[in-house]
Design a binder for this molecule. Structure first.
Ligand code: SAH
Length: 227
């Protein structure tokens, strides 16, 4: 099977590139890394931050490199106070928190003729849960809210949490979900918590990004062994 493994930042795919021998292909102002792993062809890339960049990379991985499933690995801010830095979280569903067409009577995050919440693939979730059980790792799950903003503010954090009943905030998941859903590609979005998205979240982010990014990436590699 051809599997896309996408991150947003270099830190999020570095642990994979250190473990795997890859062939580099430059395309669309980005680099795509090709390799084989456990009978699968793997395409790895980091998209650069945000919904637009991640949509572009996901589309390229599917349309040009013919990925059949997509796994996203990265870090995120926790909205739910039960989630701690380093915890692993996957999305059951995802929404764009910065979409505002409320002037037309639509709820936040809603775009006509588009999905409001995107749902991750149930089979990939099952594989992730089985992988976690084997490794004795606890996986948390729930709703991811994505937007083109680094959230480091208590009011904004609480608004997103309440408005979307979201557990985690980041900047790429929902856009990747939108691409995959539109192109009928099963997807799974995994995040390790790097910060709590409140005041001065950028300090925790800087301190924990590498550690959390590695945790997520290594898990995705283990997951591939079970696909
Ligand atoms: N250090 C980078 C910016 C990182 S933005 C720079 O200087 O350019 C944060 C990245 O981690 C995004 O890819 C996002 O998906 C995720 N993330 C982690 N914590 C987040 C938070 N509190 N709010 C939004 N995104 C967060």
């Amino acid at each position: 099977m051809k599997i896309a493994v996408l991150g947003a930042m270099p830190e999020e795919i570095k642990p994979l590139l250190e473990k795997l021998q890859t062939k580099k292909i430059k395309y669309a102002n980005n680099t795509f890394y090709l390799t084989n792993y456990k009978n699968h062809e793997i395409i790895i890339a980091y998209s650069k931050i945000g919904k637009v960049n991640s949509s572009l990379s996901a589309t390229i991985m599917i349309e040009k490199f013919k990925a059949e499933i997509l796994l996203f690995t990265g870090v995120a801010g926790a909205l739910d106070e039960n989630l701690k830095i380093g915890d692993m979280f996957y999305a059951k569903s995802l929404v764009q928190h910065d979409v505002d067409l409320t002037a037309f009577g639509h709820p936040f995050g809603y775009i006509s003729e588009s999905e409001h919440f995107y749902f991750a693939d149930k089979n990939l979730i099952k594989i992730a849960e089985n992988t976690a059980k084997k490794l004795d790792i606890k996986l948390h799950s729930g709703i991811i809210a994505s937007g083109d903003q680094f959230i480091s503010d208590e009011d904004k954090k609480n608004w997103i949490k309440k408005e979307f009943n979201a557990d985690v905030v980041e900047m790429e998941g929902a856009s990747v979900a939108c691409v995959c859903s539109s192109l009928n590609i099963p997807f799974f979005i995994l995040r390790a918590i790097s910060d709590e998205a409140g005041k001065k979240a950028e300090f925790d982010f800087e301190k924990f990004v590498i550690e959390s990014a590695e945790k997520s990436a290594i898990f995705v590699l283990k997951m591939i062994e079970n696909i």
